[in-house]
Design a protein around this ligand. Sequence first.
Ligand code: GAR
Length: 201
Amino acid sequence: MKTFKVAVLISGNGSNLQALIDNFKEEESIVDINCVISNKKDAFGLERAARAAIDNHFVDHTKFKNRETFDQELIQILDGYSPDLIVLAGFMRILSEVFVEKYLGKLINIHPSLLPKYPGLETHKKVIENKETRHGVTIHYVDKTLDGGPICAQSEIEVTTKDIDDLQEQIHKIEHKIYPEVVQQIAEGNIVFKDGKVIKK
Ligand code: GAR
């Protein structure tokens, strides 16, 4: 039965959103993705949500006078869906402290690097430039530190290419596997956020 409500925030293609939709589409799954929000109008993820009959919203961050007022609008929409978990899936906006504090322990992000290595942007490019032999993805709870909250899970690969697009594709593949797995574990109560730390049962 669908008892665990999930909202997904996106800014772009939404391939991770698609992986979540596909993974949790069965009626028997406990995860109910009931809301998708994008800050970009042309984000293909909005189309993916619509095709899956999931409520989807576009909130244009450029129309707000600052980060806080944009985040207040997000909060207002999100609270209408009573999410148990908010999943950032390629959401390319820094969230304000008010937002992060409100949803502390209910907000996770996927980042395309083996944090604490390579926070920020252009991770694949930096990994190739620095001739790293390992690369990967991190799923973490979001706290006030940028790309620095407590880690739920990581997945890694050996770097065997010098091509950024190639590497990105390989990273996407592991993202699409690990993100639904982590959401499932959180929904089942096997990954818990407590006192600023991740506890695995
Ligand atoms: C993903 O690779 C995700 O890890 C990354 O954006 C991509 C979104 O792809 N997120 C970040 O860089 C966050 N700092 P998608 O829209 O196809 O899911």
